[in-house]
Write a protein that binds this ligand. Structure first.
Ligand SMILES: O=C(O)c1ccccc1NCC(=O)[C@H](O)[C@H](O)COP(=O)(O)O
Length: 207
């Protein structure tokens, strides 16, 4: 199972997550308590190995601003976490993750409207558009609607529930932010345990 650790804001935590096996690291450029400047993201990204995805998270941002941040920082995947329409998501030359808020089974119909590389399924908005630490009802997910799509499962995942989430949703990747924090800061022990749980679960699935 692939793992994305989102809301990274310092080099030490980024390196720790990578050494623990993270496949993707997320940087939030939208309104958030985890927001980073392009300058800081660039500094962190310099230390991250090539094979790790560097994801920039944006909410209803202008395309030229997103492109400028991509050029400036070394971000190589764009995550669009707002109300971006399908045509907006299709204009970039690097992979795009479209985040969708899942509050009802009808919300899953959005999946067919977009032609993106990845779809991140998250809870409906809380204080911010994402990163609120709240899980949605995974029983809404139907195999039929997810078929053929690379799904990133997000929203309230934690060490305690990630194995169950993987079993139920069989996503391409799991994404976590709040669940690997203590008192609002990334917690390296939680990061290691979360990645272990997520990756162990996938070993069981293969065997
Ligand atoms: O993380 C944020 O603060 C954030 C703010 C605004 C838009 C998106 C944001 N995060 C995007 C992510 O990919 C989070 O990891 C995802 O929403 C799950 O977060 P959590 O429920 O805290 O694990």
């Amino acid at each position: 199972m692939k793992v994305k650790i989102c809301g990274i804001s310092d080099i030490e935590t980024a390196l720790y997550a990578v050494e623990s096996g993270a496949d993707a690291i997320g940087f939030v450029f939208a309104e958030s308590k985890r927001r980073v400047t392009p300058k800081l993201a660039k500094e962190i990204i310099k230390h991250i190995p090539d094979q790790v995805f560097k994801v920039g998270v944006f909410v209803n941002e202008r395309a030229d601003v997103i492109q400028q941040i991509v050029n400036e920082t070394g971000i190589n995947v764009i995550q669009l976490h707002g109300d971006e329409i399908p045509e907006f998501c299709e204009q970039f030359s690097i992979p795009v993750i479209k985040a969708l808020s899942i509050g009802s089974s009808e919300d899953l119909n959005q999946l067919d409207k977009y032609s993106c590389d990845f779809y991140l399924l998250d809870s409906p908005r809380g204080k911010y558009r994402g990163g609120n630490g709240v899980a949605f009802d995974w029983s809404l997910l139907s195999e039929e609607q997810l078929k053929g799509k690379k799904i990133i499962l997000a929203g309230g995942l934690s060490i305690e529930n990630v194995a169950e989430a993987i079993q139920l949703a069989a996503p391409y990747m799991v994404d976590v932010s709040s669940g690997v924090e203590t008192d609002g800061k990334k917690d390296v022990n939680k990061i290691t345990k979360f990645i272990e749980r997520a990756k162990n679960r996938s070993k069981h699935e293969i065997s």
